[in-house]
Design a protein around this ligand. Structure first.
Ligand code: SF4
Length: 307
């Protein structure tokens, strides 16, 4: 079979080994060298362009249904859990704990849960919203496993690496949020980010109040494509007497965006994390759809400045 393999950045170092194995089984194998951000970003166009019959996507679980033959090969990482005891002093004041992790550690969730239960905690894991598939699992764009139980818990524990995944959950919950990083063995409350990002959000909105020309970002990545929303936003902007254009890309390049100097602000309809994590990469404000609505409302009510 003619197959295209696709790996996230962290797994690309093993691409050749996987290709050799599949070749030895009689397949004709190709490897995508494009950047890969998640299962929202399947290399289906590349697979079709080379006439592949199947795309094998490593490292992520299925995100959304697609009209192509895709095999998902998930990737689990056994993180050390021997240092969980170090997190107990941080959790002394909290009895009901909401536990979340990423798909790479979902197989360890029962062990982590069991540990905290054996130390007198009540541990809750919740179903996710839509893109994540397992109870307790969060994605950068699906934090339902945390937000659904926000009112039921005294605090959250995120078990896993990095801050990309828990940051979305922190910003959409209200309880103390402890990140237990098993690799660096760092344990810290992430609550400070709520205030940091609230200020950034307010700054973006204030900086957009003089905008007249809006660029609406649409991604052609399979799980990020939302032309319907972009069309609605364009109409909404135009109804308020401003101008808008829809900007289409597969891989968003911030230098290219910054070259489009006629735009006063950008509005994101692609990966929701772009309007949170990447706002310092554009020279003009980069808004979410909700933030745009807020800007238009302020302008309509005459409480903002309009040049
Ligand atoms: S957070 Fe963004 S890049 Fe990650 S899976 Fe969701 S849409 Fe894709």
């Amino acid at each position: 079979m003619k197959i295209l393999l696709q790996f996230p950045e962290g797994l690309k170092e093993r691409a050749l080994s996987h290709a050799r194995k599949l070749e030895s089984e009689g397949n004709e194998v190709f490897i995508s060298s494009s950047p890969t951000y998640g299962a929202c970003d399947l290399a289906i166009d590349e697979a079709k362009a080379i006439g592949a019959e199947k795309l094998v996507h490593f490292g992520h679980a299925e995100f959304s249904k697609v009209d192509f033959n895709v095999e998902y090969i998930s990737y689990s990482i056994d993180a050390p859990i021997d240092k969980l005891a170090d997190s107990l002093p941080y959790l002394e004041a909290f009895r009901r704990i909401g536990l979340v992790t990423t798909v790479q550690h979902i197989h360890q969730l029962d062990a982590v849960k069991g540990f905290y239960e054996s130390h007198g905690k009540e541990v809750i894991t919740s179903r996710p919203y839509g893109f994540a598939k397992k109870p307790g699992q969060i994605l950068g764009c699906d934090i339902g496993s945390a937000s659904l139980i926000d009112r039921d818990v005294d605090a959250f524990v995120y078990f896993g690496g990095g801050i990309f995944h828990p940051l979305g959950a922190v910003l959409n919950t209200t309880k103390p949020f402890l990140a237990v990083e098993p690799f660096t063995r760092t344990i810290e409350f992430m609550d400070k980010y709520r205030e940091t990002y609230r200020k950034r959000r307010n700054g973006k909105i204030a900086a957009s109040l003089g905008a007249r020309n809006f660029g609406i970002l649409v991604s052609t990545k399979n799980g990020q494509y939302n032309m319907n929303l972009a069309g609605l936003l364009k109409k909404r902007i135009e109804a308020e007497g401003f101008s808008a254009a829809i900007l289409v890309s597969n891989n968003l390049d911030f230098d290219s965006l910054n070259n489009m100097r006629e735009f006063d602000a950008f509005v994101n309809t692609a990966c929701p994390r772009i309007a949170i994590d990447d706002i310092e990469r554009t020279t003009k404000p980069l808004l979410s759809a909700n933030e745009l609505n807020e800007v238009l409302l302020i302008l309509k009510n005459g409480t903002g400045k309009r040049e």
